[in-house]
Design a protein around this ligand. Structure first.
Ligand code: NDP
Length: 340
């Protein structure tokens, strides 16, 4: 069973050498008498920014997710096939998505958080992205937290990524004007040409973020979907409109800093009577059925599209994961472990 192990806890930017790919010879088996677990073969694994926080050593319960165990395989979202099941809810051959291990085979005991995959006429990897956790994040954050209205102006940072590309497309479906930012020309082109954003800019090439935002939003921003934090948030705050909403999804620019950057412009929340609200996708999974009812037909009818960046093999997983923090991924970062 090939595995990706976290060698030791990380501070600062993670490196490939913080992880190690090992090949064990023990064959996994469900424990005798198990009544809940499943043995799965992992097909696709998901690289997600929140995994960085699990690489830091913290006391159990200190954050919304616990630290990984150093010396053990990394865990994360993935798509897998059930090989053996002690749980009456799953049978051999079922396809599932949810929390699994960064390894070829895993025993999953926390089966309550596994979703059975019923629709297989879309790429299976989609269940790590548009039809999985990032898709639900875009859906919950945009519709539930931002309460968009037709004609409103929407700004999305890290807009070409797993979550952002969908937020932009949801905004267009809702009749909003949407602008996104990303870190390369290729990504900016994707935003405009593939995802239908009304405007897009490369934040790395803008010496003055405030001026860039004023260019795209002369009347201000109604909704900011925050993925980045730091200087970006500071630039957005004075550009919010009265009664604007900021959904704080994440702040990837801060995840590798020992000392988070300060935010200076919070007073603009008062001036604009704006609402800034953080959210965690885990609390919205009850909406998954409703979400699928909207997104699956939209994919099939070509109304929503999705870009993935798929690397092959567990050996490629460490570089893919740390690449998120350098913006190397173009679209949703996926690791293909096995096609079947
Ligand atoms: P992405 O697919 O967008 O990948 C991360 C991207 O972030 C990179 O490609 C890069 O794009 C950008 N980035 C990296 N470092 C920086 C930086 N210092 N400054 C600006 N941009 C940077 O990731 P996801 O779509 O999966 O996640 C987006 C955000 O959503 C993250 O903050 C994540 O933590 C959050 N999230 C929150 C959830 C919740 O429940 N609240 C659930 C899932 C995700 P670029 O080239 O454009 O810089």
């Amino acid at each position: 069973n090939k595995q990706v192990i976290l060698r030791d806890y990380v501070s600062g930017f993670p490196k490939e050498s913080d992880m190690q790919v090992t090949t064990g010879t023990t064959k996994l088996k469900l424990p005798e008498g198990s009544t809940a677990g499943v043995l799965v073969k992992n097909l696709y694994l998901s690289c997600d920014p929140y995994m960085r926080s699990r690489m830091t050593k913290r006391d159990p319960g200190a954050s919304y997710v616990d630290s990984f165990n150093a010396g053990s395989p990394i865990t994360g979202y993935g798509v897998a096939k059930v090989l053996e099941s002690a749980n009456p809810k799953f049978k051999q051959g079922d396809l599932v998505w949810g929390m699994t291990g960064w390894e070829e085979y895993s025993i999953i005991t926390a089966t309550d958080s596994l979703f059975k995959i019923h629709n297989t006429d879309v790429p299976l990897s989609y269940y790590t992205g548009i039809l999985g956790m990032p898709g639900m994040t875009a859906y919950a954050g945009f519709y539930e937290v931002c309460s968009p209205k037709k004609g409103e102006t929407v700004y999305v940072s890290a807009a070409s990524g797993a979550v952002g590309q969908l937020v932009g497309q949801f905004a267009k479906l809702s009749g909003c004007y949407v602008v996104g930012s990303a870190g390369t020309k290729e990504k900016v082109d994707l935003l405009k040409k593939k995802f239908g954003f009304d405007g897009a800019f490369n934040y790395r090439e803008e010496p003055d973020l405030d001026a860039a935002l004023k260019r795209f939003f002369p009347e201000g921003i109604d909704i900011y979907f925050e993925n980045v934090g730091g200087k970006m948030l500071d630039a957005v705050l004075p550009n919010m409109r009265v009664h604007g909403r900021i959904a704080v999804c994440g702040m990837i620019s801060q995840y590798n800093l020992e000392q988070p950057e300060g935010v200076h412009n919070l007073m603009h929340l008062v001036i604009k009577q704006a609402r800034m609200e953080g959210f965690l996708v885990f609390n919205y999974y009850h909406l998954y059925g409703k979400f699928l009812e909207m997104v699956l037909p939209a994919i099939k009818e070509g109304k929503i599209t999705y870009v993935e960046d798929v690397v092959e093999g567990l050996e490629s997983a460490p570089a893919a994961l740390i690449g998120l923090f350098a913006g190397r991924n173009v679209g949703k970062q996926v690791v293909l472990v096995s096609r079947e």
